[in-house]
Unconditional design. Sequence first.
Length: 197
Amino acid sequence: MLYPARLPEFRRIPPPDRIAWLVRWFWIPEWQIASGRSSRQHLIAFPASNLVVEPNGVGFAGPTTRSSYRDISGTGWAVGALLRPAAVPFFTDDPAALRDTYRQLELPTLRVPVSRAMTSAPDREQRHRLAVEAFTDWLTELAPAPTSEALLANTMAELIDTDPAVLKVEDAAAQLHVSVRTLQRLANRYVGLRPWR
């Protein structure tokens, strides 16, 4: 057995329709690592931001440009939301400044109900359902409705992520019927990364 420590259980949950413009999916790991051991979790680079609730606080992880890892031990959990571009301006005016960083945020109105769900519900399904509901309610109050520009930023990211015919920034701009400059401005404001290097 190469990894004797118990690996985290990981679950990905689609967002409710009312916040699908803000969240791509929720992700929830839970772990119980044997005393004296740790488990190294490798993370790949991904051009998106995450909002993460943990037992001791809330963090905002900016878009990443390189792989990294996190060593976990003991017993723990996290409830994360992989954010769509439209959500990013609610947390920062400059997502590029958060590239490859993890910043703690003071958000007790999010942390408390999510933590309560993760620690009081008796079974995993109920814990996860209640945690996602609490996260969803909080996001709904934060951002009641999208702007047309925010929705365009979401469309841009989805196009670049999913269409293999889009090879250059000009391809994406043409499909979105915007200028290259407009597309680059959207990427800077809503993602924090240029669409191509």
